[in-house]
Design a protein around this ligand. Structure first.
Ligand code: UDP
Length: 451
């Protein structure tokens, strides 16, 4: 008995396995900070490319996976690259864990492995080593359900779907329309991945970076169908006291520019860390912003404009036209930007982190989803939570200008701002003592302590 108690007291280390992309690294490191504040030691086993910066997390240990310095090209084939990455990483993961165990000495064992759901190889490895594992879903619950439903939708002949059905509601997945489904181009291989990696209902507990009041019905369905412990403990960036985990350098000069703008006047524009546009779309966006006559802060990430070195391609005429009214950076301190009083709207690709960050600050959105889960998120933002409008079809300057005007100065935008304010207040309640996310966090901590 005493032996067992001693063993439990020793199991204090949690190993995190992030998927090596910005939108995945942020939440798992935030989770690490939360668990560290609860007394766990944290080791991050990570790829060598897109590697988190250890100096930003001095309390964590970092162990790079060998031979992982080159990034798979996810822009070419997301599914094949994900499968490949899992195969490659599996080979060296055990070696890394052995290193972790030998480094930490005999007085501290590994309590569990928490892996990004896309690093699904970790689950099998943990099982081999007789270690508990927990999966972290960095997207939301609605996307998780929609993704799981794809296999049945395919079996019933609903997907792929003709253009004429794109606006129809998907059976059992209200409010999603067919066009909102998280389908990838190579449907067959994507479904094979979904079935292999994500639809295993007898698998490990799942952590979601989401909030119960936002996704209550999706979470209930998951709980019912999966029958594993689930923990909706978002927004983790609000619960964790963590420093930035940006892979690119944040240009903080935009905060001084924001200081000079009036309250709620600025539209912030960012399409996250993966989405890209072509030169024509860049020009449409630029002139849509210029013609709106609204102050704007625009993130144009290096590599985000196909074939060009970004800002340099914006014409002199455009730069003269906007003068001091627009500010362009390569990477922004986004959370600080959204929290700034000058920001009144967010034109976003609706990545889940960006969506949550916007909701937390009560900022309404213009949704311009590009990939996978972003379409689900955009639909919820605009149709379910009513804190945004969708910018659909080809990017076109007139439409962009109209959307900005609607959001920033129109009555419709004002109503969305009111709704966004209510969501922000609800978020505050959820993370306070006794709130749903606060309680989930404590349940998770107790579960890990009990391993
Ligand atoms: N982000 C940032 N600066 C920027 C743009 C994005 O810090 O200029 C952060 C943003 O706060 C979010 C993450 O990068 O935490 C992007 O994740 P998201 O899920 O929104 O989209 P993804 O990049 O995965 O498509």
């Amino acid at each position: 008995m005493e032996e067992q108690g001693k063993r439990r007291r020793c199991l204090r280390r949690v190993v995190l396995v992030p998927f090596p992309f910005q939108g995945h690294i942020n939440p798992i490191l935030q989770l690490g900070s939360i668990l560290h504040s609860k007394g766990f030691s944290i080791t991050v086993v990570h790829a060598q490319y897109n590697s988190p910066d250890p100096s930003s997390h001095p309390d964590f240990s970092f162990v790079p996976l060998p031979n992982t310095s080159s990034a798979p090209d996810f822009t070419v084939e997301i599914v094949a690259s994900t499968v490949q990455l899992n195969t490659n990483y599996k080979a060296c993961f055990q070696e890394c864990l052995a290193q972790v165990m030998s480094q930490q000495g005999s007085d501290e064992g590994i309590a569990c492995i928490i892996h990004d759901e896309l690093m699904y190889f970790s689950q099998a490895e943990a099982k081999d080593l007789k270690l508990p594992s927990i999966s972290l879903t960095v997207g939301n619950a609605a996307h998780f359900l929609a993704r799981s439903a794809l296999i049945q939708l395919k079996a019933e002949g609903h997907i792929p779907f003709p253009e004429s059905k794109s606006q129809d509601l998907v059976p059992e997945l209200y409010p999603l329309r067919f066009k909102d489904l998280p389908i990838l181009e190579k449907l067959e291989s994507y479904l094979a991945l979904v079935s292999k990696a994500f639809n295993n209902k007898a698998s490990s507990p799942i952590i979601y970076n989401t909030i119960d009041f936002l996704e209550n019905s999706s979470l209930k369905k998951i709980q019912h169908q999966w029958q594993v412990p689930i923990f909706a403990m978002g927004p983790m960036h609000r619960i964790a006291s963590t420093s930035s985990s940006s892979l690119l350098e944040e240009d903080t000069s935009c905060l001084a520019w924001l200081d000079k703008q009036s309250c709620k006047s600025v539209i912030y524009v960012s399409l996250g860390s993966v989405a890209f546009m072509d030169i024509k779309e860049l020009a449409e966006m630029a002139w849509g912003l210029a013609n709106s006559h609204q102050p704007f802060l625009w993130v144009v990430r290096p590599g985000s404009v196909l074939g060009e070195e970004l800002i340099e391609v914006l014409s002199e005429e455009f730069k003269k036209n906007i003068g001091e009214r627009g500010y362009i950076v390569k990477w922004a301190p986004q959370k600080k930007v959204l929290a700034h009083v000058a920001v009144g709207g967010f034109l976003s690709h609706c990545g889940w982190n960006s969506t949550l960050e916007s909701i937390c600050e009560g900022i309404p959105m213009i949704c311009r989803p590009c990939l996978v889960d972003q379409k689900v998120n955009a639909r919820y933002v605009s149709h379910e939570w009513r804190v945004g409008l969708e910018l659909e079809g080809d990017l076109e300057r007139g439409e962009i200008k109209r959307a900005i005007k609607t959001l920033m100065v129109g009555e419709e935008g004002e109503a969305m701002r009111e709704e966004a304010k209510k969501l922000k207040e609800n978020v505050e309640l959820c993370i306070k003592e006794g709130g749903s996310s606060y309680n989930s966090m404590n349940r998770l901590v107790e579960m890990i302590r009990s391993f």
